[in-house]
Design a protein around this ligand. Sequence first.
Ligand SMILES: [Zn+2]
Length: 259
Amino acid sequence: MSMSYPGVHTRDPIKKRRRLLKGNLLLLIELQECDSQLVMFMVRKKNLPEKLDKLDAKLLAFKDEIEQNKKKHDQLKSLHTDKEKEIKKLNENAAKAKEKLLEVKNNKEYQAMLKEIEIAESSCGNVETEIISILEELDKVSLLAKKDEESLNQQKKKYEEEKKQIEADLNTIDEDFVKWEQKRNDLRKKIPDDLLAKYEKIKNRNNGVGVISVWKEVCNGCHMNIPPQLYNELQKSLELISCPNCNRIIYFQNREKPA
Ligand SMILES: [Zn+2]
């Protein structure tokens, strides 16, 4: 292993070039990390408010759903009131008919009156049956409404927590973005202009990735195989090498024994 350090002059031109290449590659790798991070921050910054909107919509939809049960509850209540009134009226009618029964003069009238009472009483029975089923339904809906209320409170709590987290994330992203942007600007100053231009050009053509590692003869950018000869060359080259398939600047990285 060579004991030369950056800034220490060496008379061996090959060592010097290798050191220069290695230095530039390291800068490019760091720059790539910065660029990728910045893209990721931008994506998250765009996605988080959308996530927040979805959260709002979800809570609103849930409130709407709950409203349906409340409405049903109110409808059943008023139906119950109507039916009670109806029964009261029917009872009154039956009572009146029974009073008149004492005043009838002949059998024909008597039979007609009996019929009237019978109808009123049987109607009463029917309405009572209806009321029972309304009350049963009302019990069910009341229980649902109570459960809805509990769920709504839980949903609200969850909503507040998630909202808080998203807002905190947004703040963190802004801070991180500034930090990584500063780091990127510092790195760019250290990289030779022509190399920087080359990196930018390749990066812009390749989904934001201009420099990528190669391991076991596979380019990690396009996942295609690198010819064995080029793979060998990559490990000892003094020049920058590009992937023959995706054209990204490639470097050898032993993934089992990280540098
Ligand atoms: Zn490739």
